[in-house]
Write a protein that binds this ligand. Sequence first.
Ligand code: HEC
Ligand code: HEC
Length: 294
Amino acid sequence: MSTQKHKDEITGVETTGHEWDGIKELNNPLPKWWIYTFYVCIAWAVVYWVIFPAWPYFWDGAWRHTSGAIGYTQRGEVASELQGVAAGRADILKQIDAMPIEDIAKNDSLMEVALAGGKAVFRDNCAPCHGSGAAGSKGFPNLNDDDWLWGGKLSDIQTTVTHGIRWEADADTRQNQMPRFLDDSMLKPEQINDAAEYVLSLSNKADDAAAATRGAAVFSQNCVSCHGADAKGNQELGAPNLTDAIWLYGGDKATIVQTISHGRGGVMPAWGGRLSSSTVKELALYVHSLGGGK
Ligand code: HEC
Ligand code: HEC
């Protein structure tokens, strides 16, 4: 490869002196538009460096960058967007706080927020006892069905969640408790056996018809004050319906005998003091929406 410069005879332009097998490179100047675009790019870069965070530097054991004249950061952008969302939510929460729960249920846009909020709070606070799908387990009621101990209207659920059940620290808590018929010597074991057979007969599961008949008498003397003459329960008293084959503690004979003998008295904490009233409303609306709300 020769590096000798000379003028190209055809174009009259000087060559760069590079030559490959007789092919030479003309030393044409760069086009003006290209040069100016290049300068503009450099100028833009300088301006960008000054305005935006750009220059990396190592200082005090970590990589940092200049913060730029206008102090822009993407973190800041996100923070201010979140602030906007929070402000919008605060507004909605104020409305939820001020409105009776039944009115919230009629407002689609408030309901959207309330149900989403209720679902999240439920996962954090209620799922440990009621299960993540609110299906409950032994002693912890299923909140998806329409079988209610203390009532399934919005206001009932709101009261239950606010004050808890047999929660001593709350003066307005849901009280009432089934007696411990054996422990407190109110019934003899045979009577309890008969009463259990009667309870089983209500869901067609009794084995011993004679015992069930005797049990009906025990029931009418000892149980109807809470469970009702038809044994369908009483939500004022948290007494479950004994005829629907839905069991809080279990529908086998041994479990029923145990319930009658020793009582149960399940406890649910009051949330009124721990969660804001708008959060409790959101929870009540969420639980109500699970399927069994009245
Ligand atoms: C420590 C366990 C526990 C936690 C946590 C708990 N619950 Fe309960 N919950 C219970 C028990 C036990 C009962 C049933 C009490 C009874 O026997 O009457 C109950 C009953 C209920 C009822 C009444 C159901 C009915 O049939 O009337 C509702 C509604 C309810 N819980 C909602 C909630 C919500 C909402 C939360 C979360 C804020 C929550 N619970 C957290 C234990 C708990
Ligand atoms: C003072 C009211 C009261 C009286 C009286 C009462 N119960 Fe109950 N019963 C309840 C309550 C409240 C529950 C819910 C469990 C609990 O938390 O104690 C319950 C629960 C039960 C259950 C468990 C149901 C389930 O789903 O697991 C059975 C069974 C039962 N009662 C049978 C009886 C029988 C039989 C008698 C009479 C011998 C009786 N009860 C008397 C209030 C009462």
